[in-house]
Design a protein around this ligand. Structure first.
Ligand SMILES: [Zn+2]
Length: 341
């Protein structure tokens, strides 16, 4: 499975052709137009929900497959109940079952929520409540169709408190992964792994070797890399800035770099080297590049000149392919020729 994280509602025909020509067959997306409040009130879904479903139907006819992401804790409406209460989890189970059923035959692969090991995505839930949230989603999806492929994604692995934002002595990633993948009562098909060596954490593509082997050992499941990538812009912090603990959005600089910097050329090299290593791991069933395009502004701080969330793309802000696009295209041909037949 070679994929890219993309906002399906905004994909143009030109985008789709480029994605197709790169050998990318999978698109990963959250949201899915669901109005959770209307669902819980037994009301009909808004027109946008059905419009998106039509778009996904068309994409499937054009040869694309979709990985769906179920709602995050932040997307849960007030009517769902007190976060962490039994009612709240039961509502989440029903929401996920509804999505699984509505998209029967259109979406076979599901990721429950997103990186709940990291505080930004947990919202007000504690670690243990996050585990119950994930379990409710897994159970809901499997209720709607036992054939659905279901997993969760972890990013704080290996646990390096202090190195990666949100990684503390609680070892959030390992804690959640163990609770989910070692629960024999749960029916899981893959272990989702997100990692950004060289940008959000130390290292580079060479880190994949140890990271992936250890994550596979921890989870005992085929590994689907749900997110990986390299930012093509941004200076690197001075030693002083790094030591101060300043967040990349505030410094508008990266804490880490591979091969000395963040440029379009190094981004392209990162992609080729990553695919080369993925291809050597028989338990890796796929890799989803984050993300298709460079957005206008950083979603974390809202600034347009912040490199943190504006330079991961395969195409730039005007939709023009970057060296990363051509690198991904040639890497797929070289290392995963069987995915583009
Ligand atoms: Zn930012």
């Amino acid at each position: 499975m070679v994929g890219v994280a993309a906002g399906i509602p905004h994909l143009t025909d030109v985008n789709k052709q480029l994605i197709h020509d790169a050998g990318i067959k999978w698109l990963r997306m959250g949201g899915l137009g669901l109005d959770a409040e209307k669902f819980l009130k037994n009301e009909n879904q808004p027109a946008g929900f059905f419009e998106l479903k039509e778009k996904i139907t068309a994409l499937q006819k054009e040869g694309f497959n979709i990985i769906g992401i179920t709602p995050k804790p932040t997307s849960m409406p007030k009517i769902a109940g007190t976060p962490g209460s039994p009612t709240y989890f039961d509502h989440y189970r029903r929401i996920c079952a509804f999505l699984g059923k509505e998209y029967q035959g259109l979406i076979d692969y599901w990721q429950v929520a997103n990186e709940l090991d990291i505080w930004i995505f947990r919202d007000t839930l504690t670690l243990d409540q996050s585990i119950d949230f994930l379990k409710a989603g897994i159970v809901g999806l499997k209720e709607s169709g036992p054939q659905l492929k279901v997993g969760i994604n972890i990013t704080l692995f290996p646990s390096l408190p202090g190195e990666v934002d949100g990684n503390t002595d609680l070892h959030e990633g390992v804690y959640i992964a163990k609770a989910i993948y070692r629960d024999s009562g749960l029916d899981l098909d893959y272990a989702g792994f997100d990692s950004y060596p060289g940008t959000w954490r130390r290292g580079g593509p060479e880190s994949w070797n140890d990271y992936l082997d250890a994550f596979h050992e921890l989870t005992g499941k085929p590994v689907l890399i749900q997110e990986f990538g390299y930012a093509s812009e941004g200076e690197v912090m001075t030693e002083e800035e790094d030591k101060s603990g300043i967040y990349p959005c505030a410094a508008k600089k990266w804490r880490f770099a591979w091969r000395g910097g963040h440029t379009r050329e190094i981004q392209a090299e990162f992609i080729d080297e990553s695919f080369r290593i993925f291809s050597q791991k028989p338990y890796v069933i796929g890799a989803i590049y984050f993300r298709w395009d460079d957005p206008e502004t950083c979603w974390q701080c809202g600034e347009s000149d912040c490199p943190a969330e504006t330079a991961w793309g395969l195409v730039d802000r005007n939709g023009n392919p970057k060296p990363s696009y051509y690198s991904l295209q040639s890497s797929v041909k070289k290392y995963f020729p069987n995915t583009i037949q």
